[in-house]
Design a protein around this ligand. Structure first.
Ligand code: G1P
Length: 293
């Protein structure tokens, strides 16, 4: 079974500059929690308890967020702020096994995943990208683990995207096996809409067998001058390994750009009773519209 999840969080977050000059994009908050916590929650809810963060210099606060802060705890205890203490402890106790690997110079997702090779060893593992949140009844990764049990190949979460967004993603070509399962014949990183074989985009959830590392060592820099994970997956397919696309159930939220980030905040705000009221007042005041009625 899958016991380890790799979270590549070394990227520079240029799409969210200037704030990412000083705040790692994974720590930008959706309401009162950093985006990375939503991803960590998905991993834990899928039954995986070992998290491998691939980080780069300046992004250590991502690890600190999950670490014990004795000073803060003493401060809150002395002031009898029990509710706040509970919130802090909940986060600190969340992840039992954190491993961090430093990617000295971030040169792409392909290189980041390769950094996990020694820690993973010879077992299947998951990769989750911090930009992509999936709000689902059953965690997206857990759904994928069930697909893995049946198909045993590499499993990639995919979803349909509008034509104008195709060039932002890895795109797949394949043949439908079941309502939600596609046998992938080709993957291509960030194609133009003209060269794209479909509108099915890879989102940031993967299950790999350790053989992927062999192919990650063979790829060259490509799109954006970076080592692309998608290129290694393409080599895997070419060598006859089975790769499946999985149309997951749930709502994917892309926090990696300004528009998507804002939409994510609205998505979670409307699920929160208190904030839902704020949204209601906002629409009433500015647009004279009565929402959620
Ligand atoms: C990465 C992958 C891409 C995938 C995307 C999902 O791109 O390279 O194949 O579709 O994540 O978010 P990035 O967003 O890092 O440019």
């Amino acid at each position: 079974m899958i016991r380890k999840a790799v979270l590549p969080v070394a990227g520079l977050g240029t799409r969210m500059l200037p704030v990412t000059k000083v705040v790692p994009k994974e720590l930008l908050n959706i309401i009162d929690r950093p985006t990375i916590e939503y991803v960590v929650d998905e991993v834990l809810a899928s039954g995986i308890d070992t998290l491998i963060f691939i980080i780069s210099q300046g992004k250590e606060d991502i690890l600190n967020y999950f670490n014990v802060d004795l000073g803060l705890k003493t401060f809150l205890k002395e002031r009898k702020k029990w509710d706040l203490l509970k919130k802090v402890e909940e986060v600190e106790e969340k992840v039992k096994n954190i491993i961090s690997v430093i990617q000295k110079i971030p040169e792409g997702l392909g290189q980041a995943v390769l950094m996990a090779e020694k820690t993973i060893g010879n077992e299947p593992f998951a990769v989750l990208l911090g930009d992509d949140l999936v709000d689902a009844k059953e965690p997206c990764l857990k759904q994928m683990m069930q697909v893995y049990l049946k198909y045993e190949g590499c499993i990639i979460a995919v979803e349909e995207v509008p034509l104008e967004d195709i060039s932002k993603y890895g795109i797949i070509e394949g043949e439908r096996l079941e309502e939600r399962i596609i046998k992938i014949k080709r993957v291509i990183e960030k194609p133009s809409p003209q060269e794209a074989p479909s509108n099915l985009a890879i989102i940031g959830r993967y299950i790999f067998q350790p053989v992927i590392f062999e192919f990650l060592k063979k790829i060259e820099k490509s799109v954006g001058g970076e080592y692309q994970l998608t290129d290694a997956i393409q080599l895997l397919i070419k060598e006859g390994y089975e790769v499946y696309g999985y149309l997951f159930e749930g709502k994917r939220l892309d926090t990696g750009n300004k528009k998507g980030f804002f939409k994510t905040i609205l998505h979670y705000a409307k699920k929160d009773e208190e904030l839902k009221e704020v949204l209601k007042e906002f629409y009433q005041e500015f647009y004279q519209v009565n929402v959620f009625s």
